[in-house]
Ligand binder design. Sequence first.
Ligand SMILES: O[C@H]1CN[C@@H](c2nc(-c3ccc(C(F)(F)F)cc3)no2)C1
Length: 333
Amino acid sequence: DEQGTVATAATTEDTEWITSISVGTPAQTLPMDFDTGSSDLWVMGASTSGTSGHTTYNANTSTSAEAMSGATWTISYGDGSSSSGDVYTDVVTIGNLTVSQQAVEVATTLSSEFTSDTALSGLVGLAMSSINTVKPTAQQTWFDNIKSNLASPLFTADLKHGEQGSYNFGYIDSSAYTGSIYYADLVTSSTYAGFWSFVSNGYSVGSNTTTTTGSTAVTGIADTGTTLLMLPDAVVAAYYAEVSSAVDSEQEGGYIFSCDATLPDFTFNVGEGSITVPGEYLNFEAISTGSSSCYGGLQSDSGIGISIFGDVALKAALVVFDSGNSRLGWAAK
Ligand SMILES: O[C@H]1CN[C@@H](c2nc(-c3ccc(C(F)(F)F)cc3)no2)C1
């Protein structure tokens, strides 16, 4: 039974936690964005246009690379970015854990968001293999391939506010959290199948008593690749009702408020317990450099179709992605 830890470095504005992986023989080290909201492991190819300034993967110099003939992939993300290309299998090591024949999707087309983000070479998808985009045959995620070698078929994400976080595979680090881990079963209905999805049946703003959402319970996904916390309008309006300077700005595309506002904490229920996101995490950033108006870390999910517990919420907890028991665990830290 193996287990592994990989350190992940946070960008300055908590928008991405980049983690290096090794691909090929000899190893090619690539800085990657771990995304629990998608299921494709893809890398920028050495001969792909728009990759200047990026570290890229060259299948031709890897003695263990094998082309997967006829296989192609194409993916788009919540922010409208996209990539597509062809597929190889190669050795992929994350931490000290190696999958010998991992589907490595090589991008031959990249949208501008990716060509301009020179911090990363691709994504490691950690959602369910059922939503992998490779055709004609969907491929397994790295986690699904390594799972049987792990002491426990789970991984944890420990993202932090403005500092390095970590992903652990195969075990839960008992020193990484306080109190209990609260679990919620994965939601398997069609909209949510394929994601790390759960139901939260209540929330509270600041020290207010909990609003049990009852029939309007929030069903959302734990998505390390989404920066903000995206929840239903009613919840978001209730939160910003407690922030006197807050307005829902058409121009900025969401709630903004005075940067010197003291923001209330936001607490959401998980199973028998709850997680509190400190108010400080809910001030995302100034709407532009030097502005005294700041953009909220909590925004409406209208237009997305599902609620998303992104990094703003995830960094308030140790999150357990428990494949073996089809559940998601959240613990304070
Ligand atoms: O689709 C949902 C699945 N998880 C969310 C996600 N989004 C990205 C992403 C990363 C980097 C970039 C870029 F580098 F800026 F282009 C863009 C999007 N990674 O996970 C959204």
